[in-house]
Design a protein around this ligand. Structure first.
Ligand SMILES: [Mn+2]
Length: 358
């Protein structure tokens, strides 16, 4: 039995405020659907963050319904759980898709039976408590959307590796961490597939999904063709002459998200952005060496140097880097959500806090 494992597709993300980036995320998901059909897998398992936020647009919904119907036509079930980005307070998008016969919302009490293999799922659990425990299950596959406490991921992960290895599942398919990882202990395997498009400039490796053979616990990666991200200069080697580098790398800059690390005393970020846009970059991010040193402290690009239309993307990038709690991120979203009128923001935030039991 073969299963395609995908997570963190973040559909609807208009990265850097660009509609073309929204389409990139949709295109990446289309490649996943195509791969599932081409490989004729027995199921697609999505480990959360199908959508980038709880309010996908009509266009996002239309795209995803069209894509899920392609799977249904090929008789490939789409099994999912709800991630932290898309989680709604009342009902879940996944339940709507399930009512339409397009998806199955996994749970851990009544496992889904896939050719005799039980598949359990647990929606994202917010870490108001320090630790999240996996359910005890009876063999099969467990799907969760959490960060594990492992050196490759983060020491502040809420899910202990030892708990996962002992929960009874044979294959543990995770989402939330955006890089591909695998851990194996005896006859138990734990894995993240990684995101399908780069949600931040920190996500440098090639994006992809994983196809598992359940019987012998073997796997193969399917790489995706995603938007090019071009990195010029590094923290160690900032560019003394960034314009010359832009000139030399023009073929890698055209239509790419371009990240420039200039050394001190070159052009201003605004001027460098213009140099990049002149060479048809899709978007240009300038990280000055001062920002690099301060990055962990949260210093970002010089706000005054940015054009207004770039602000939203930069703010999202910065917020992501700072690792706020999901609740804080939700509050920020309400405040910046253009569809909530200003006079309603206060009530919306109050309701959110009430719901969260704060
Ligand atoms: Mn995610």
């Amino acid at each position: 039995m073969r299963i395609l494992h995908v997570a963190d597709t973040h559909l609807g993300m208009r990265q850097y405020g660009l509609e073309v980036r929204r389409r990139d995320f949709s295109n990446a998901f289309q490649q996943v659907i195509d791969a599932a059909i081409e490989e004729n897998v027995d199921a697609v398992i999505h480990a959360g963050d199908l959508f980038d936020n709880r309010l996908p647009s009509m266009e996002d919904l239309r795209d995803v319904l069209r894509q899920l119907s392609q799977l249904r036509k090929s008789n490939i079930p789409f099994l999912g759980i709800v991630g932290n980005h898309e989680s709604k307070r009342d009902a879940q998008w996944l339940d709507l898709f399930s009512q339409l016969g397009m998806a199955i919302h996994l749970n851990h009490e009544q496992p889904y039976d896939l050719k005799g293999v039980p598949i359990y799922g647990v929606d994202y659990i917010s870490r108001r408590q320090d630790e999240v425990k996996p359910p005890q299950v009876d063999g099969g596959i467990l799907v969760m959307h959490q960060l594990v406490n492992a050196k490759e991921v983060t020491p502040s992960g809420e899910l202990a590796m030892s708990d996962l290895f002992q929960c009874g599942a044979r294959l543990i398919l995770l989402g939330d961490y955006h890089e591909h990882q695998i851990w194996r202990e005896g006859d138990v395997l734990i894995s993240y597939p990684g995101s399908t498009e780069r949600v931040s400039t920190a996500e440098r490796p090639r994006r992809g999904v994983t196809i598992f053979d359940y019987e012998n616990l073997s796997l193969e990666r399917r790489e995706l063709n995603t938007r090019r991200f071009t990195y010029l200069g590094s923290q160690k080697d900032p560019l003394a002459d960034p314009v010359a580098e832009l000139e030399a790398m023009q073929h890698l800059i055209k239509d790419a998200v371009t990240v420039i690390r200039p050394s001190q005393g070159t052009l201003t970020p605004r001027q460098l952005q213009e140099e990049g846009f002149k060479r048809d970059a899709l978007f240009v991010i300038v990280r000055r060496s001062k920002d690099v040193a301060d990055e962990s402290a949260g210093a970002g690009p010089d706000i005054e140097q940015l054009q207004v239309e770039q602000l939203d993307g930069v703010i999202s990038d910065e917020i992501e880097k700072r690792g706020f709690s999901p609740l804080a991120i939700d509050i920020d979203k309400i405040i910046r959500d253009g569809s909530i009128v200003d006079t309603k923001v206060d009530a919306a935030v109050t309701q959110l806090l009430k719901d969260a039991g704060v």
